[in-house]
Design a protein around this ligand. Structure first.
Ligand code: NGQ
Ligand code: ZN
Length: 461
């Protein structure tokens, strides 16, 4: 007997083997899909029909929630050599001001924006741990807990990755004054994680992992201690090679490029996500692809910060895993991330459809599939496909939207990713079987936006 509030019929749904007709989606009360049945003869009595074609929800593998509040506020030249590092100084000034209440409001609004875009999971790389003066909060997990609660209030699935941040540079350089809110040790971070886990236990919607901030911020020893203190399968995310200056510093002090250094010393496999693996040489590209780790690409942020371009064609051709993240949240739209991934290649190679393959000739389809798979790995949660046993996470396209109307199903993803003519084609969104977005409105949109504005006004005072 089909439960009416735990089932949906879709005339078109994108299953692991492509677009299928007349698909019945069924899930259990905890939000896990129990059956996905294509070619259903008729809509079972009383079952609701999706308003348009159904796509799996996209995982967002990299987020610093507080940075949402500074989007658009650093787009002016602050000095003669404005770059990533001077942006970071401004970002630190912002990080210094955030309060627990402010963070809660900003994160909740951000996660609502993500859901409206069709991101149904997020990996939060959370590093603002301490009070404004660097002292510990009474609850050491205060800020991380606010972020976890913001996710659950919004309905998005979360992988919370508390960050290990010990040093300010290679060679175990002492932290800077403006990093005091982040600073910890493997032991104190594991302690914080224990506190958080006890207060907010793991569930189908919440998973924990860890994030050593970068090779600049940890040592081989501290990384080893950290990994020794967590579950063998827990996700591990790290910023790896975003700026050429950090690659040069790594070569100088450690004698190897960052990705090579990590691969040589640690058992890097599919539980790992290497965020901004931007600067990799040909050997690193192949070795990273072979490792099974996910390259975490954050195209709009990487463009905004002037990072450089990841060798996506070589890496994908070597069967490397990728996923996408909105990172600094200068934009919150997986369609834009995938578009920019391809456009970076087109602009440098002066070719078209660079990231297509012999098997998958439509770039958008290949990148969508890749980002679902890699993104799901990065979350460490059962997401990323319309398949029994996975989370009931999807988005419903507006079938009448000008990006898809009159097109054959094989062109829908291309239209969704490459066309940009205003209003989003994402109409409805379900996360864990709950409809959180209906006709482009999130259920808590008005109140959350009002709270976000209060928090922003306070931050900008
Ligand atoms: C961060 N963000 O931790 O927020 C970093 C910048 C750093 C990005 N890389 C700081 N986009 O890498 O030191
Ligand atoms: Zn980051």
């Amino acid at each position: 007997m089909t439960r009416l509030d735990q089932s949906l019929f879709a005339e078109h749904a994108y299953l692991p083997d492509g677009w299928r007709r007349n698909v019945l989606l069924e899930w259990e009360a905890n939000g896990t899909l129990t059956a996905v049945t294509p070619d259903t003869a008729a809509v079972p009595a009383g079952v609701r029909k999706a308003a348009g074609p159904v796509l799996p929800g996209m995982p967002n593998l990299h987020s610093h929630a507080f940075q949402r509040a500074m989007a658009g506020l650093t787009e002016y030249r602050a000095n003669a050599t404005d770059n990533f590092w001077s942006w970071r100084d401004l970002m630190y000034r912002f990080a210094a001001r955030i309060t627990p209440e402010g963070l809660a409001a900003v994160a909740q609004w951000l996660y609502i924006e993500m859901l409206k875009a069709g991101y149904t999971s997020v990996c939060e790389f959370h590093y603002v741990h301490h009070a404004q003066d660097g002292s510990r909060y009474a609850n050491q997990a205060e800020l991380a807990q606010r972020v976890v609660d913001a996710a659950s209030a919004s309905g998005i699935g979360m992988t919370m990755l508390p960050v290990l941040y010990q040093y300010s540079g290679f060679g175990s350089r002492a932290p800077r004054d403006d990093q005091q809110r982040f600073i910890n040790t493997p032991e104190s971070l594991l302690d914080l994680l224990g506190t958080l886990r006890a207060a907010r236990p793991e569930s189908a919607a919440l998973r924990y992992g860890v994030a050593p901030h970068s090779l600049r911020a940890v040592s081989a020893d501290s990384l080893r201690t950290l990994l020794g203190g967590i579950d063998r399968n827990a996700p591990v995310h790290i910023h790896i090679a975003e700026q050429t200056a950090e690659v040069d510093a790594c070569v100088e002090t450690e004698g190897a490029r960052p990705v090579q250094w990590l691969l040589d010393r640690f058992d890097v496999d599919s539980r790992w996500c290497l965020v901004h693996a931007t600067h990799v040489d040909a050997n690193e590209t192949l070795a990273l692809a072979k490792s099974g780790a996910v390259a975490g690409l954050c195209l709009t942020t990487e463009a905004n910060l002037g990072d450089g371009l990841f060798p996506a064609q070589e890496y994908l051709d070597a069967h490397g895993r990728i996923g996408i993240g909105s990172d600094s949240h200068i934009g919150v739209d997986w369609r834009a991330e995938l578009r920019l991934l391809e456009y970076g290649q087109r602009l440098t190679r002066r070719q078209r459809n660079v990231l297509a393959s012999a098997q998958v000739t439509h770039v958008a389809d290949r990148l969508f599939d890749a980002a679902l798979d890699g993104g799901a790995h990065a979350t460490g949660r059962a997401v990323g496909a319309l398949q029994a046993g996975r989370r009931a996470d999807w988005l419903v396209l507006d079938a009448d939207h000008a990006s898809v109307a009159e097109h054959a199903p094989g062109a829908w993803l291309s239209g969704v990713v490459f066309c940009e003519h205003g209003e989003t084609p994402v109409r409805d969104v379900y996360a864990g079987g709950v409809q959180v977005v209906e006709n482009r409105r999130h259920r808590d949109e008005a109140g959350a936006y009002a709270r976000y504005r209060v928090a922003l006004a306070d931050l900008l005072k």
